[in-house]
Ligand binder design. Structure first.
Ligand code: ZN
Length: 419
């Protein structure tokens, strides 16, 4: 079994060595045996759990900066959807590789994705060494024939991904209640139950989604999903900006995981407010994500932690709302637990996923409070080295093949923009 020794790092304010065997942390201590297969010198670096990006559309990295500062419906209809219609399977792989590169370089080792050509995104994550839940985007537009085709697609992608490593998981990704029929939502719930899969959906992103739901079903979006028997602990719902008190209680009681996506919500002026205090008070888990690169436009989870914390303080008119340690936990341990991944903490026996952070950079000095430094002043450039599943993905800020990944993405983007 391959072993990796990370020497002379700081862990919980104390000097330590970390010995990794295979994909697990074997031991943590001082002066561990030096006969490991590979040694990483950690002097001057602090070991921390990596970040979990819980809502992405990775391949949309090819549309970063392609259309900005526009109203949501115009942005989608005139720019994003026509460009996405030109995406080939290869474009999805190239875009997802660029996203993986950016995530690794900013300390993220896990992403919860939703897009089509699931196999292409899975290949990118597999090759780059990350963990991912590959959500197969599902839209039927209320058309029964399209619904049937999408159901076959789900089964195909499920089978294709079963051949990948244990780092790659599969999830049905029903886009939203306004793009997927109730029949398909019921089917997806049963399908996920049959195979023990998570479900990734957008929920209550805009006020018009709420109004349309009330118009069509006389129910608000979360109430409507509840009426279909859809809610449950396997459901990961991104956005959740326009929730009534009753919806907060419904989501918490059903143990739905809420994914807060602050940068995308601010940029697209989605309105509303993710009710963090009410949700956590009711017992719900709240996680963090970036959303795709055309609505953020960054995949740096350090930015997302900061924005989440500031947004809650501003909305609650209370600077004690969403303190830094909570934002850090949402992006690490809480997310790992929500997805059933035995990481998120650096402990003996757990999966060997960790980052080494350079706290000697000016933005982290003088260093009074680690959580405050990480959430309010650090950024992805503070991450020096990244390990996932026992494998070094970035060493001294270098990821193998990064120039080629960026060149491929530029080429693909030029073709998409000029088509
Ligand atoms: Zn999204």
């Amino acid at each position: 079994m391959k072993s990796l020794l990370i020497r002379d790092i700081v862990l919980d304010n104390k000097p330590a060595d970390i010995l990794i065997q295979g994909n697990r942390i074997k031991s943590i201590g001082r002066r561990l045996p030096k006969n490991a297969g590979r040694t990483v010198d950690g002097r001057g670096l602090t070991a921390l759990p990596p970040l979990f990006n819980c809502h992405t559309h990775a391949a949309m990295s090819l549309l970063r900066g392609y259309a900005d500062d526009m109203r949501l419906s115009e942005w989608l209809q005139t720019r994003i959807w026509p460009a996405e219609a030109r995406f080939s399977r290869d474009d999805v792989r190239i875009g997802a590789r660029l996203a993986c590169l950016e995530m690794i370089k900013s300390g993220t080792t896990f992403f919860n994705d939703m897009y089509w050509h699931g196999r292409a995104a899975a290949e990118a994550a597999e090759e780059m060494g990350m963990r991912a839940v590959i959500g197969a985007g599902f839209i039927d537009g209320g058309d029964p024939a399209r619904g049937a085709a999408q159901r076959r697609m789900l089964e195909e992608v499920r089978q294709e991904l079963s051949g990948f490593s244990s780092r790659i998981l599969f999830a049905p990704g029903p886009h939203a209640i306004y793009t997927v029929s109730s029949e398909s939502l019921r089917f997806i719930k049963a399908f996920a139950g049959e195979w023990g899969l998570p479900i990734h959906i957008h929920l209550s992103e805009t006020e018009s989604e709420v109004n349309d739901s009330i118009g069509a079903h006389k129910l608000r979006p979360a109430e409507y999903l509840d009426s279909l028997g859809f809610l449950g602990p396997e459901v990961f719902a991104a956005h959740c900006l326009h929730l009534s008190e009753r919806e907060v209680d419904l989501l918490a009681a059903s143990r739905v995981k809420i994914i807060h996506v602050p940068a995308s919500n601010l940029k697209l002026a989605a309105g509303g407010q993710m009710p963090y205090r009410a949700l956590t008070k009711a017992g719900a888990s709240v996680l963090l994500g970036t959303d795709g690169c055309s609505s953020n436009n960054s995949l740096d989870m350090f930015q997302t932690m900061k924005m989440a914390a500031l947004l809650q303080k501003h909305a609650a008119n209370d600077p004690a709302s969403l303190p830094a340690p909570d934002a850090w936990a949402m992006a690490t341990a809480v997310a790992a637990q929500a997805f059933g991944i035995d990481a998120g903490r650096i402990e003996e026996g757990r999966l060997a996923d960790l980052i080494l952070v350079d706290l000697d950079r000016p933005e982290c000095a003088p260093g009074y409070n680690l959580a405050a430094d990480l959430v309010y002043s650090a950024n992805g450039y503070c991450v020096d080295t990244v390990v996932c599943d026992g494998r070094v993905l970035m060493l001294r800020r270098k990821v193998p093949g990064e120039e080629e990944i960026i060149a491929d993405a530029r080429r693909a983007a030029r073709r998409l923009a000029n088509a």
